[in-house]
Design a protein around this ligand. Sequence first.
Ligand code: 5GP
Ligand code: ZN
Length: 114
Amino acid sequence: MSDCPFCRIVRREARADVVLEDDDVLAFRDVRPQAPVHLLIIPKRHVDSLAGAADGDAELLGKLLLAARDLARREGIDATGYRIVANRGRGAGQTVFHLHVHLLGGRAMGWPPG
Ligand code: 5GP
Ligand code: ZN
C-alpha cells in the first residue's frame, strides 16, 4: 500500500534500522522501543493484520516466528527470555495496519499485559 508506513520501509522510501531481510520478511528496530531489544518483524507483502492473513499464508506466518527465534538468539535475549506480540485491531493497541510481530526482550516483563 502506498501510504502504509511499513510498506514504505520495505520499499526504502522511509528509513529504518533493518536487522534482517530475505525475500519474504523484513525486521527492523522499533522507533519507540519498549524494551532494550524491541524489533518488528513483518511480511514484505502488505497484510493488514493477522485477521487479514489467508490459510495459504501459513508458510509466511511461520517465517515470521522463525525470524523472531533467530533474531532473539542474535540479540542475546534467548537465555533471559523474550516476548512476541502481534496486536490485532485498535482495541488491542494496533496502530500500524501492516501485520507485524513485536520481539521484546532484555528486561523483566509482567503478565498479563496491561
Ligand atoms: P502496534 O501498536 O501497531 O502493535 O505497533 C506499531 C509499532 O510500530 C509501535 O511500537 C511503533 O513505535 C512502531 N512504529 C511506528 N511507526 C514506525 C516507523 O516509521 N518506524 C519504526 N521503526 N517503527 C515504527
Ligand atoms: Zn504495508
